[in-house]
Design a protein around this ligand. Structure first.
Ligand code: HEM
Length: 426
């Protein structure tokens, strides 16, 4: 499969989804600040430009919802839009300071090194439980049978959503993540999608509200309690608590699931690097950093120019959209030697762009790294002979969040011996 460079603006072409690097290289060499008519936006691909753009106060991360609708909305649809709007516009990811910094300070307390160490113990426990279930089977579809179930457990534990609510919460969040794409990526959203999305959000609020009320009477060591305390100090509204719960679930699980599966694929396709990782436990943190450089889930992040901005002699006009290509930056030869090679011993030189840069830098970056540091060694130790079950993989038709549809794997099943069963019975 070879990439059609004349069709470079079509970021949904299968060749780009499977391997975006030729496009990155072409843009970085020939057109580092590129106008993409299909996106109606600029694409900035060099490491230095991406970094500078993400810390430029002349760009905004604000993402107004609904202004793109190209048809008049019925009264019922307008009500639905008013329910959905805060979820798109009032979370820190899509806001500028001072709102973004206010929310970020409150949530920051959830990601302290101490809390992270407490979470490490729980993550290891969740991973062990899932592997116990998987071990006898000899096969696993890593995305749906491991990554998603694990990451829901982690984020629900962090938030403080108890296990009896997990089934409903998963159903609602799964549905919401498919609906948000349907209503927010087209000027002509279907009425049924708008209405169902609004109902979904109200149902999710009903699910979370009792835990919010409970924490206001009796705070716990969880993120809902942190937010309730902020609400009591007058720093957060009740609506923002619901919005931020959803934001954290989405930010945490789709990205990290992609990282687990794409990272696993990269390791299995580079057996020499996998061997190094297995035999040199001391390189684990560097290896995970390299896996995150190489397998970037969030390929690019949008911003809007608040005023005219010049980059490499090209002017981004006020009001125009510009994408910072995080993944391209990670493959910039000026910053990463032999960027197309996975090198789990890569000497640390420049910060990877996988988690962004500047005021919106990923709040959960340390958590995601810790999860991967637990997951990869545990899977390789406890599932011997782990390998791809299929010679082909399918990429999701999404250029913002790169990821596999699924990742079927095989390994030697761990059959529990009769002695072990008897000793357990005794
Ligand atoms: C491999 C996993 C992850 C990747 C690749 C990732 C990537 C990113 C990126 C690129 C941004 C910056 C967006 C921008 O500048 O527009 C971001 C922001 C954010 N991430 Fe992550 N993320 C991951 C995991 C997580 C996890 C586990 C959490 C929480 C539990 C989380 C929470 C957030 C939040 C709250 C923000 C918004 C920060 C702000 O706007 O101030 N992320 N993430």
């Amino acid at each position: 499969m070879s990439l059609d460079i004349n069709n470079i603006d079509n970021l949904l072409q299968p060749e780009f989804l499977a391997n975006p690097c030729p496009v990155f290289k072409h843009l970085q060499t020939n057109d580092a600040v590129h106008w993409n008519p299909q996106l109606n936006a600029w694409m900035v691909s060099r490491y230095d430009d991406v970094k500078t753009l993400l810390q430029d106060t002349r760009v905004s991360a604000a993402s107004p919802f609904g202004y793109i609708f190209k048809r008049p909305l019925t009264e019922e649809e307008q009500v639905a839009v008013s329910i959905i709007r805060p979820y798109v516009e009032q979370s820190l990811l899509n806001m500028d300071p001072p709102g973004q910094s206010r929310q970020r300070t409150i949530l920051g307390a959830a990601f302290t090194p101490r809390r992270l160490e407490q979470m490490r113990v729980r993550v290891q426990q969740f991973v062990n439980e899932l592997v116990d279930e998987i071990q006898p089977r000899g096969q696993v579809e890593l995305m749906n049978q491991f990554a998603f179930p694990l990451l829901f457990k982690v984020i629900f534990a962090l938030l403080g959503i108890p296990s009896e609510a997990h089934t409903d919460a998963k159903r609602l969040f799964n549905e919401a993540s498919s609906l948000i794409i349907k209503v927010n990526s087209t000027p002509y959203p279907k009425s049924e999608h708008l209405l169902r999305f609004a109902d979904n959000l109200l149902e999710t609020e009903d699910l979370i509200r009792p835990f919010v009320e409970e924490r206001s009477r009796q705070p716990q060591n969880d993120v809902i309690s942190l937010m309730v305390e902020a609400e009591q100090r007058g720093e957060l509204s009740e609506k923002e608590i619901f919005v931020l719960c959803s934001q954290l679930v989405f930010a945490a699980h789709e990205t990290t699931a992609s990282a687990i599966c794409t990272g696993m694929l990269s390791l299995l396709q580079n057996p020499d690097q996998l061997e190094l990782m297995k035999t040199k436990p001391e390189i684990l943190a560097i290896a995970v950093e390299e896996i995150m450089r190489y397998s970037v889930p969030g390929q690019m992040r949008p911003r809007i120019a608040r005023e005219d901005i010049e980059i490499r002699g090209t002017t981004i006009r006020k009001g125009q959209r510009v994408f910072a290509m995080l993944a391209a930056a990670n493959f910039d030869e000026e910053h990463f030697a032999c960027p197309h090679a996975l090198n789990v011993e890569r000497p640390k030189k420049d910060q990877i762009m996988t988690f962004g840069h500047g005021i919106h830098y990923c709040l959960g970056g340390a958590l995601a790294r810790m999860e991967l540091q637990v997951i990869f060694p545990t899977l390789f130790q406890r599932l011997p002979g782990l390998k791809l079950a299929s010679s082909t993989v399918q990429w999701r038709p999404n250029f913002l969040l790169r990821g596999l549809v699924e990742l079927p794997l095989e390994f030697e099943p761990q059959v529990v011996s009769l002695d072990e069963i008897e000793s357990n019975v005794a």
